[in-house]
Write a protein that binds this ligand. Structure first.
Ligand SMILES: [Zn+2]
Length: 283
């Protein structure tokens, strides 16, 4: 299989934190194990979104650069779907207001408050979105744990609830660090094939479908790619999926077609905490 490396998120991130920090990661491969959901007949999807909050995508305005977007929150309301947002903590700080207004068409923290008000979950995607390997080399492991806790404090200030899930930037993690993060009370989201398929993130690769270089954007479309991936998982008896998207205008457009299609195929959309509880209750 041709290598499909993820060079990706750097180009999407407007913070000075991450521009040079994006890790390469090998592509996901087959290697499925049987799963009990087929026997249960449940078809669950946890929709998740990384790298926000981005007001223009959530509220359907224009970015500071003039990029238009339909409102993701309005779409979710119309479809009566609740989702889980893995946000970057720095965006919730008052210091980010000016940059958010300039680049993302509004105050990021207010967009997060709106997510919470409309019944969505907010979880932890670290404070600065720094590459863990680079951060550890540069500042040490304690710095990473502090960065995660710092994001949690910002999130808890909005939701009143401590995040329970941590998705590492670019999914880059190793066992020793994972254990330390788990010891602090987080479950670490993963694409690793060590996890059973239903508990493994499905990478939508939507980040390949923005910007000038679309050469890695799945063909014929990302919509088709996500559906294809789900069908492939179904063939292996997996009917529960954690779908990982990003807050991007293209993703909102894709989901306006994908959500109705998945509903037609019998899927029920639930928050990540409910998803985990249900999937892990299978015998
Ligand atoms: Zn990210």
């Amino acid at each position: 299989m041709a290598s499909r490396t993820t060079t990706h998120l750097c180009i999407l991130l407007i913070s000075g934190f991450s521009a040079a920090l994006c890790a390469q990661q090998p592509p996901a491969r087959g290697n499925f194990t049987p799963h009990a959901s087929a026997a249960h007949g449940a078809r669950l999807i946890a929709l998740t979104f990384d790298d926000g909050p981005k007001p223009y995508v959530l509220m359907g305005t224009r970015s500071g650069m003039g990029v238009p977007s339909a409102s993701l929150l309005d779409l979710l309301d119309r479809e009566q779907v609740k989702a889980t947002f893995f946000v970057m903590g720095w965006r919730l700080s008052k210091n980010a207001d000016q940059m958010c207004r300039k680049l993302d068409g509004g105050v990021c923290r207010e967009a997060a408050e709106e997510e919470h008000r409309r019944g969505h979950e907010i979880e932890n995607h670290t404070y600065g979105h720094g590459d863990f390997r680079l951060m550890e080399k540069r500042y040490g492991g304690a710095w990473i744990l502090n960065d995660i806790d710092r994001a949690s404090r910002m999130i808890q200030g909005i939701t009143g609830v401590k995040p329970a899930y941590l998705r590492p930037p670019d999914w880059d993690i190793w066992p020793a660090l994972q254990k330390k993060i788990e010891a602090r009370g987080y479950r670490v989201m993963t694409k690793s094939h060590a996890a059973q398929p239903a508990l493994r993130d499905v990478d939508s690769e939507d980040y390949f479908c923005v910007g000038h270089d679309l050469s890695k954007c799945p063909k014929p479309s990302d919509y088709d790619y996500v559906l294809r991936t789900i069908v492939q998982r179904e063939r292996h008896g997996v009917y529960d999926h954690i779908l990982a998207f990003h807050e991007l205008p293209q993703t909102v457009e894709m989901l306006s077609r994908l959500i109705p299609e998945l509903k037609k195929r019998g899927y029920r959309f639930v928050l990540l905490r409910a998803y985990m509880a249900e999937v892990q209750s299978y015998p």
